[in-house]
Design a protein around this ligand. Structure first.
Ligand SMILES: CC(=O)[C@@H](O)[C@H](O)COP(=O)(O)O
Ligand SMILES: NCC(=O)COP(=O)(O)O
Length: 237
């Protein structure tokens, strides 16, 4: 079975757009767990434009499933994660001004840095994962850092999927085989959706966990929209 960890960044984006506390991030996280998701993912960014550091601390007290915190391991982020001690930390090489994550680590160039950060988190009892492109050399490099898992960066798969399923998945199958040989657990995420998730799961061996946010929240809006419009119309009769 592959676990679903729901990324709730977009809930925080919506809340922040009006100030106040609607939607209530903590209630949404609790409800997502009650609906059956096996994890909650957040990706606090340095400008706190969606998840705020105080959200991360508050979520620590209410998340009862797997709590996964993603981000670039700058000192402020390392301190936050060591304080919260989530189930898993996923290291992502984001530029400060990135709109969203747009690359996996160069695990060869940054091997020494990653080794050091991974050791820090592992010593604190936090499972580690490294955001990695579907590239055999990068997966092998990740294995040398001591990380327990990688998260395969799936944007290229999601972009190509509707044009050519087989070519879009091919590098991910090879990356997963390499990860298995290196005893790395496999997570995946970025732009996964109701359209492309099933084929990914069917073809990538030993997929432990996916984290999904943007598409899942957009799909929730669309799948709920007709119902809510009708609820308003009924009240306005
Ligand atoms: C690492 C990854 O792919 C996700 O965490 C994604 O970057 C979500 O971040 P945003 O919600 O800020 O786009
Ligand atoms: N790690 C990927 C993630 O948490 C969600 O990415 P996306 O579904 O918002 O693209």
């Amino acid at each position: 079975m592959t676990k679903l960890s729901v990324n709730i960044n977009k809930i925080a984006t919506l809340r922040n757009s009006r100030g106040g506390n609607v939607p209530n991030l903590l209630k949404v996280a609790t409800d997502i767990e009650a609906f059956g998701a096996q994890g909650i993912t957040i990706h606090p960014r340095p400008d706190e434009r969606h998840i705020k550091y105080e959200d991360a601390r508050a979520l620590k007290n209410i998340v009862t499933t797997e709590f996964n915190i993603e981000g670039n391991p700058v000192p402020k982020f390392i301190d936050l994660v060591l304080d919260i001690k989530p189930t898993q930390v996923t290291l992502v090489p984001d530029a400060v001004d990135a709109i969203t994550s747009n690359a996996g680590w160069d695990t060869l160039t940054h091997k020494d840095f990653l080794k050091e950060v991974i050791a820090t988190f592992k010593n604190a009892g936090i499972r580690t994962s490294i955001f990695t492109d579907a590239n055999i050399k990068m997966v092998e490099g990740a294995a040398e850092t001591g990380t327990e898992r990688i998260e395969l960066y799936t944007e290229s798969y999601a972009q190509q999927f509707s044009l050519d399923k087989e070519n879009s998945i091919a590098p991910f199958i090879e990356a997963a085989k390499t990860a298995n040989k290196c005893n790395l657990g496999i997570n995946a995420g970025h732009d996964l959706s109701l359209d492309n998730i099933e084929y990914f799961k069917e073809n990538v061996p030993d997929l432990l966990e996916v984290s999904i946010g943007h598409a899942l929240i957009c799909e929730s809006l669309y799948l709920g929209l007709e119902n809510v419009v009708n609820m308003y119309l009924n009240k306005l009769k």
